[in-house]
Design a protein. Structure first.
Length: 73
């Protein structure tokens, strides 16, 4: 596989998150980030923010009743 010079500064990482409850479920994140900027803590913070955004989006859909909205042609 040939990699361009610009792409060599990026790395591929796997972040695994485990719940602390009795179910012990795992979530997996594929991370593609600049090697010079990525840290474990940054990856964890970004993954945590995703859940905040998704929860807020779902709550907003429910309040605006868009969760029941269907478009048909």
């Amino acid at each position: 596989m040939q990699i361009a010079t610009e792409e060599r500064c990026f790395g591929h990482y796997l972040l695994v998150r485990r719940t602390l409850d009795e179910k012990r479920e795992h979530a997996y994140y594929a991370v593609h980030a600049p090697r010079s900027n990525v840290t474990r803590q940054t990856s964890v913070n970004v993954a945590a923010r995703r859940w905040e955004i998704e929860t807020g989006s779902e709550a907003t859909k429910g309040e605006c009743r868009l969760d029941q909205y269907v478009v048909r042609r």
